[in-house]
Design a protein around this ligand. Sequence first.
Ligand code: PGA
Length: 252
Amino acid sequence: MRKLLIAANWKMYKTPTESTAFLTSFFPLIKNDTFAEIVLCPAMPCLPALVDAARAKPVFVGAQNMHWKNEGAFTGETSPVMLSAIGATHVLIGHSERRQYFNETDTTVNLKLKAALAHSLIPIVCVGEKLEEREAGLTRNVLELQTSIALEGIDSAIAAPIVFAYEPVWAIGTGRTATPEIAEDAHKIIRAQIGKSLTPALATSIRILYGGSVKPDNAKSLCCIGDIDGALVGGASLNPQSFAEIVHNAKP
Ligand code: PGA
C-alpha cells in the first residue's frame, strides 16, 4: 500500500510569519485527513518557524533544495546536516525551476539524492519533460534518463523512502495540466525505470506524485488514480483553503 503524499511547494513566496499563519488556518481544515502524508515546503528562512509550529501536528515540513555536502565553502547553500538539525523531514530535489535557472543537472540530482538518504531526509525527486521534448516524441527517453541517472549507485537496501514527482515542465504554473492518461503513461515509464535501476519490489512500493497546475477541481482525477500517489502543488498550495480542498478531493 502506497500512502498518498500531498506536498506544497511555496517557491519564493511567504515570510516566516505568513508561513505559520498559513498553518494556523490550514491545520483545522485537514486535521482528520490521515489518509495522506501532508508536506509543506517553504523557503529556507521559514523552515525553523514552520517546523516549530507543525510540531505534534500530522504535517511535515520539507526544504525546496539543498547542497549534497555536509559543510564547506559554498556561499548561499544549505546542507543536509543543517536541514536535519532544524527538524526538516523532506526535501525537494531537482525541481525543474532549479534545473532551468540554477544549473541543476541529473548528476547533481543524483548527489543530492544520495545525501538526503544518508541523512534520513525523505527526498522528493522531480523529473519531467519540456514541451519541445514532448512534441519531438522524446518523453520516454527524458523520463528514463532523468530517473536512471538520479538512481545511479543508490543501494536498493536504503532506497525505500524515495519519492518521485512527475512534473511535465509545460504544466508548471501554466494552468495547463497533463490529462490523467498522459500522467498515467509517464508514471508507468518512471515506475518501470525504478524497477530496472533498483528492484521490482521498489518499483511497486515507491510513490510517484503528479505536479503541474494541480488545483482543487482537478485533484481528484490527477492525484490518486492508478499509478499516481499524490501531488506536488505550487500556486494552489499558497492558500490554506485551496490546498485543503486539494487534500480533500484527492481522498481515494
Ligand atoms: P504549479 O507548480 O502547481 O504552480 O504548477 C508545481 C510545482 O512547481 O511543483
